[in-house]
Design a protein around this ligand. Structure first.
Ligand SMILES: Nc1nc2c(ncn2[C@@H]2O[C@H](COP(=O)(O)OP(=O)(O)O)[C@@H](O)[C@H]2O)c(=O)[nH]1
Ligand SMILES: [Mg+2]
Length: 216
């Protein structure tokens, strides 16, 4: 009887855990975002922005939602730390890619790294949101501008590749092109918290949907 009841209890209180990777260049605002998510969703607040040092290694934060735990992984964004990102791809259920919408100079570098993430086979079927951070900065780029900038960069890169490869275009580019058409871009301010709940909700809904699809 005890086993039956405890089994039932476990069934009713079961929470599925999902790993969400927060990726992007260093200084994009990944750690600030993670701490803001902790502050918004957990009883004990995350670190305030002035206590956040550049990330070496990883930071992790868990939040509890209805029948779900989202586990956010903020991996460092510096060049040599980026080499370890692929080790996390196998166990990842969603990706939030953060760009600094106020730093036009590093946007292209950000797209190159983004493209690298997208081209990983483990990431192909995984829900992905692009976060245009620092919307509170007065001359930061809007969601629309960020999307256009990425599309232009992507098309330019395609043309350069095509020129290098000759008339046969590489088929491996197709999934990326499709993905771009359905790419979800969300404006946020990790410091002020604007847009952060919307982004977390989107991730929550999408990981649940992909669970339902893989259940049968
Ligand atoms: N104005 C503004 N600054 C931000 C925002 N998010 C992060 N920052 C600042 O950007 C810098 C880098 O942030 P951090 O979270 O360490 O970036 P990370 O390297 O991607 O983890 C810090 O000075 C943050 O205070 C934001 O939404 N608005
Ligand atoms: Mg960091």
């Amino acid at each position: 009887m005890y086993h039956l009841l405890s089994g039932l209890y476990q069934q009713l209180t079961r929470k599925d855990e999902y790993n969400v990777l927060i990726l992007g260049l260093d200084n994009a605002g990944k750690t600030t975002l993670l701490e803001k998510i902790k502050t918004l969703y957990n009883p004990t607040p995350g670190l305030p922005p002035d206590k956040i040092a550049p990330t070496v290694g990883q930071n992790m934060g868990k939040i509890t939602l209805p029948s779900t735990i989202l586990q956010f992984w903020d991996l460092g964004g510096q060049r040599d730390i980026r080499l370890i990102w692929p080790r996390y791809y196998d166990d990842c259920h969603a990706v939030a890619y953060v760009v600094d919408a106020a730093d036009r100079e590093r946007l292209e570098e950000g797209w190159e790294v983004f493209e690298n993430v997208l081209s990983a086979p483990q990431i192909l079927g995984v829900p992905l949101i692009l976060l245009a951070n620092k919307q509170d900065v007065p001359d930061s780029m809007t969601v629309e501008e960020i999307r256009n900038h990425y599309e232009e960069w992507f098309q330019r890169r395609q043309r350069e590749h095509a020129a290098e490869m000759g008339p046969v275009s590489p088929t491996s580019e197709v999934p990326t092109a499709e993905r771009m058409a359905s790419l979800n871009v969300q404006g946020i301010s990790a410091i002020e918290g604007t847009g952060v709940r919307d982004a977390v909700n989107w991730l929550f809904i999408r990981v649940q949907n992909s669970r339902q699809r893989s259940d049968h």
